[in-house]
Design a protein around this ligand. Structure first.
Ligand SMILES: *Cc1c(COP(=O)(O)O)cnc(C)c1O
Length: 371
């Protein structure tokens, strides 16, 4: 699905030197390398504060912890997504409220979110799935109207611009009150282990987030609140600093590969639906996800596997039907779209190092299947 080795070899010298510097200095946890990366990412995103942490799931947990919520307060999140946000809500004794998504772009719709708001709602936690943004402009209006906090899960769409109706643009993850991301190796900006970060323009929230991510202490051994231990290490920080220089090229490579797939697969529109772009957001193609019609998804997947083409199903089960949530969730809408998507979606190989030859082979093999 992803070729991380080839990507590393292209920047091997820079990465090896940077890691060597960390080893020499022995500044392994937090410290100057992490600070430097936080500043660089803040500059790239155009946001005031970036707080690095251990992974994307922690970023979401810390963000929720920073909001002074009460047990059973409601957190609105999409059912068609990765589990982290809803899981952390459950862990903190909050209630995930699941909403259905849009069939064409996979993201939670403003209508569904609006329907989900109750007197207990405190947070909207949209996920920018597969590389493109949800309709943040409308979601922020809702949040203002109902006094809700917005935490963007931007683990899959780091680097994408969001375009407002007045012509202004902002990076995804910097529009809500808090944005979270993951540096898992396969993400748009991936390190060589685990990593994550939280963004905000709010000074007070930034202080609180830093406090919570470090055992609730500002001053050493003086614990002000219950926190957690979630930190990025120096080696991951320098890897990220090096790779941040290339993030726009990496995104461009994904977009080019997506364009190639679209051109090649266009003629199969009776059998598969290609990813659709929305006008208000870039698409960074973290995943290239097609919908396979007529119940043929698993058959196509097996056929491609036979021909040595890896694929993935993101996501095979709706979150609202997971056993883990049965006792704590609320379902705000009928979940027809999510349920249908779980049976139709198929993600094709997508990364920065896809060659034209590989893509031609993938496209031709898919065509062969439908012949
Ligand atoms: C990857 C991912 C996460 C979690 O990130 P980790 O660093 O693996 O904890 C959260 N949400 C979404 C949408 C993701 O894709």
């Amino acid at each position: 699905m992803v070729d991380l080795q080839k990507q590393y070899l292209k920047i091997k010298e820079d990465i090896d030197n940077a890691i060597g510097e960390v080893l020499q200095s022995a500044k392994f946890i937090r410290g100057e390398f992490v600070q430097k990366f936080e500043q660089q990412l803040a500059e790239y995103l155009g946001v005031k504060h970036v707080i690095a942490c251990a992974n994307g799931t922690d970023a979401l947990q810390i963000s929720l912890m920073a909001l002074d919520l009460k047990p059973h307060d409601e957190i609105i999140c999409p059912s068609f997504s990765f589990i982290s946000g809803a899981e952390m809500a459950g862990l903190l004794n909050l209630r995930p409220v699941f909403v259905d998504v849009d069939y064409n772009n996979f993201n939670a719709t403003v209508e569904n979110i609006m329907q989900a708001i109750s007197v207990k709602t405190k947070v909207i936690m949209p996920v920018h799935l597969f590389g493109q943004g949800v309709n943040m402009e409308e979601i922020m209006k809702l949040a203002e109207q109902y006094h809700l906090t917005v935490i963007e899960d931007n683990a899959q769409s780091l680097g994408a611009n969001y375009y407002f109706s007045d012509g202004k643009k902002k990076k995804l993850g910097t529009i809500g009150d808090i944005g979270c991301t993951s540096f898992f190796p396969t993400k748009n900006l991936g390190c060589y282990g685990d990593g994550g970060a939280i963004f905000t323009d709010n000074d007070k929230l930034a202080d609180k987030i830093r406090l919570i991510s470090n055992h609730g202490m500002k001053e050493k051994y003086k614990n002000e609140v219950i926190g957690i231990n979630s930190r990025l290490d120096g080696i991951q920080a320098v890897v990220l600093s090096e790779k941040l220089k290339h993030i726009d090229d990496y995104i461009k490579a994904r977009q080019d590969a997506a364009e190639f797939y679209c051109a090649g697969l266009q003629s199969l529109s009776k059998h598969i639906l290609l990813p659709e772009k929305v006008e208000y957001s870039d698409h960074t193609f973290h995943q290239f996800t097609i919908k396979v019609l007529d119940g043929k998804r698993d058959e196509l997947r097996a056929y491609l596997a036979e021909k040595q083409i890896p694929t993935a199903v993101y996501y095979p089960y709706p979150l609202h039907s997971q056993e883990a949530f049965v006792k704590i969730e609320r379902q705000a809408n009928a979940m027809d779209v999510t349920e249908k998507l779980c049976t139709e979606v198929l993600s094709l190989p997508m990364h920065t190092e896809l060659s034209i030859e590989q893509q031609i082979y993938i496209v031709e093999t898919i065509k062969e299947f439908f012949k």
